[in-house]
Design a protein around this ligand. Sequence first.
Ligand SMILES: NC(=O)c1ccc[n+]([C@@H]2O[C@H](COP(=O)([O-])OP(=O)(O)OC[C@H]3O[C@@H](n4cnc5c(N)ncnc54)[C@H](OP(=O)(O)O)[C@@H]3O)[C@@H](O)[C@H]2O)c1
Length: 257
Amino acid sequence: MFELGLEGKIAIVTGGSDGLGRATAERLAGEGASVVICARRADHLRRAAKDISSQTGREVLGVRADVSVASDIDELIRVTVDRYGGVDILVNNAGKSSAAGLEETDDAEWQADFDLKVMGAVRACRQVIPIMRGRGGGAIVNATIIGGKAPPGKALPTTVSRAAGINLTKSLANEYAVDAIRVNTVCIGLLKSEQWVRRAGNKDPEELYRELSKQVPLGRVGEAEEYADLVTFLVSDRAAYITGVAVNVDGGLSSTV
Ligand SMILES: NC(=O)c1ccc[n+]([C@@H]2O[C@H](COP(=O)([O-])OP(=O)(O)OC[C@H]3O[C@@H](n4cnc5c(N)ncnc54)[C@H](OP(=O)(O)O)[C@@H]3O)[C@@H](O)[C@H]2O)c1
């Protein structure tokens, strides 16, 4: 018996209406957690929450929030605590690709990426950590990318924001281990999600995945559920001795461990 101990836990998954976040919300709800998801598009979010709820038989709450806006994060946490009485798990998953060369990126793009990927996680952690401490502990997972450890060229500003996310993870893991709050990061390579479907445009996304697969040692693009499995493990009781780690989920694509 491999009991994850997630029954009755209260979890927030940002960017939970699509792709990797949605797969994670499905896993956590399937394991008996009360799950709150947020995203910017309210109607799409509402439909996703309803669908996950009917698939898993658990209530899933959708709260419209843009994680790059401080007041939206305040509201997300407030609504979660009002509805469920606390927060045990936070998955800082919301994000989007922002990769170009230095001379092609202006200050506004750098600031927007930093607000989304760094300040979004900083603000959400600052809000939930006192709540977790009051409940005797908690678990946080920050989504980052393998390029945060080993950046290729022309992948700015995202590799810099993600390096900050990896550093933030270790820093918070060190600061809050004393409160039994674990903080880990999952470094993503290439995983199937709506962002690739959008990029494929009119083409079949499977064609794009076949093309991308050529870069990956394991010979395929990963499934959203493979990310969800790892995140679910990391926030579970089975990972109680794991904090401050950065785990690649990339089929071997990263040049670093
Ligand atoms: N899939 C990959 O291969 C890959 C590679 C590298 C990194 N990642 C990272 O993995 C995470 C999940 O990406 P994904 O591939 O699952 O993307 P996706 O399929 O596009 O899903 C993104 C989700 O995040 C939400 N979102 C986007 N911006 C947001 C914001 N400012 N505030 C709140 N919610 C927001 C979206 O909903 P709304 O649009 O309605 O807000 C959606 O629910 C992101 O951090 C992404 O950068 C993924």
